[in-house]
Design a binder for this molecule. Structure first.
Ligand SMILES: NC(=O)c1ccc[n+]([C@@H]2O[C@H](COP(=O)([O-])OP(=O)(O)OC[C@H]3O[C@@H](n4cnc5c(N)ncnc54)[C@H](O)[C@@H]3O)[C@@H](O)[C@H]2O)c1
Length: 361
């Protein structure tokens, strides 16, 4: 492909769709030619934010237009499988949100279908595009930690509450936790071997909304992953706790962030380093730049996550949830509190992971 702008159709114009539009508009490689969403309010916003794009409620308008090179799939998991298959049938390259389908068997079918096609496809496993994880990995590769032995990762926020949306993506350990399952595997450079999961049904909701998994990789590295959208939902001033701790035979490296600034700290064999840099949000700018170059080169940038990476992370997150259900799974709190949380979030203008809001973390 020459240097002409790459034409992209954006399907799903909710919170993520709007992040994508913002980044496509800032990148000279891309031209958004369609925005598709069946929701009237989303269409109204699409016309307002991108007057040059065709706005439609019918996804086939996007797939049937031969001028569309790429589709960015930002609707929910329940429509993704058919959209990925349609994209392949109509010769479009694919940027997909995660998970790529609702059921693991469908995800594996899609991995196969993309593998058999000549189209390029990636999934927004956004932690892999972050500067801080690349910086930490570089310290490991330089040998500053000795041999990597332990990966501890945690992400707890007062984010999306049960029943508020994203039902198609599963409980929070799948919806959000699959990112942490993926990045842990990325650090270990090995496949998951053993796992034990403990969860809790916060506010007596039917599904767990906090889960901790631990175990080993094939290469002996051990991990623990903690994820929950249960972190002080009703506190007057909300906060979160998000970190990674990488422990080697000789040194350690870690990161924490406040969604504005990320702090990376290294206590290595030859150096001690602290780096503070802007957090970078969902890093969609990095992903779409690499994807544009991939299309121009006719080959997927090896650092972009594949559908296989996504299917593995998704399957593992589901496995953790299934394992947790085989142990004691206590319920603490009541559904009345959950109602209060949903009410509060529905009336917030700036909060963690708010859907259908223009400003949110
Ligand atoms: N990669 C990440 O870090 C990350 C973060 C948050 C959400 N996500 C994923 O992004 C996707 C969207 O999440 P969101 O937070 O923007 O949700 P959202 O509810 O804000 O937006 C979803 C939008 O899709 C629209 N939609 C539903 N079905 C559609 C269809 N068939 N065709 C076109 N549009 C359709 C809805 O009307 C809505 O406007 C989800 O799959 C979610 O898991 C990824």
């Amino acid at each position: 492909m020459d240097n002409t702008m790459i034409k992209v159709g954006l399907i799903g114009f909710g919170r993520m769709g709007r992040f994508y539009l913002h980044e496509f508009q800032r990148n000279k490689n891309w031209q958004v030619t369609y925005i598709c969403d069946p929701f009237d309010k989303a269409q109204e916003m699409a016309r307002d934010y991108c007057p040059t794009a065709k706005v439609t409620g019918n996804e086939d308008d996007v797939f049937n237009d031969p001028d569309v090179d790429v589709v960015a799939l930002c609707a929910l998991a329940d429509s993704r499988k058919s959209q990925i298959l349609k994209a392949l049938a109509h010769g479009k390259h694919i940027i997909s949100e995660k998970p790529i389908a609702m059921l693991p068997e469908d995800e594996w079918e899609l991995v196969k279908a993309v593998g058999e096609s000549d189209r390029l496809a990636t999934v927004n496993l956004y932690l892999r595009s972050s500067w801080y994880h690349h910086q930490l990995k570089q310290f490991i590769d330089e040998g500053e930690l000795g041999e990597l032995a332990i990966i501890r990762i945690c992400h707890m926020t007062p984010g999306l509450a049960p029943g508020e949306g994203h039902e198609a993506e599963g409980p929070s350990f799948h919806d959000c936790g699959m990112h942490y399952c993926d990045i842990t595997r990325w650090y270990a450079q090995s496949e998951y071997k053993t796992m034990h999961s403990q969860a809790i049904r916060m506010w007596n909701y039917k599904d767990p909304w906090w889960l901790q998994a631990h175990g080993t990789f094939d290469n002996g590295i051990v991990y623990d992953i903690t994820q929950g959208f249960v972190y002080g939902q009703m506190s007057k001033d909300q906060t979160h706790n998000s970190y990674i701790d990488l422990i080697g035979t000789h040194g350690i490296a870690r990161m924490t962030h406040d969604f504005k600034t990320a702090t990376v700290e290294l206590r290595g064999i030859t150096k001690t380093v602290t780096i503070n840099k802007p957090y970078g949000g969902k890093n969609i700018d990095v992903m779409i730049e690499k994807f544009a170059q991939s299309i121009r080169n006719g080959k997927l940038d090896m650092t972009l996550p594949s559908l296989r990476d996504s299917a593995i992370a998704s399957q593992f997150a589901w496995d953790c949830l299934a394992d947790a259900r085989t142990h004691d799974l206590p319920a603490i709190g009541d559904l009345e509190t959950l109602e209060q949380i949903r009410y509060r979030r529905a009336h917030m203008t700036n909060g963690y992971g708010l859907l259908h809001q223009t400003v949110s973390k």
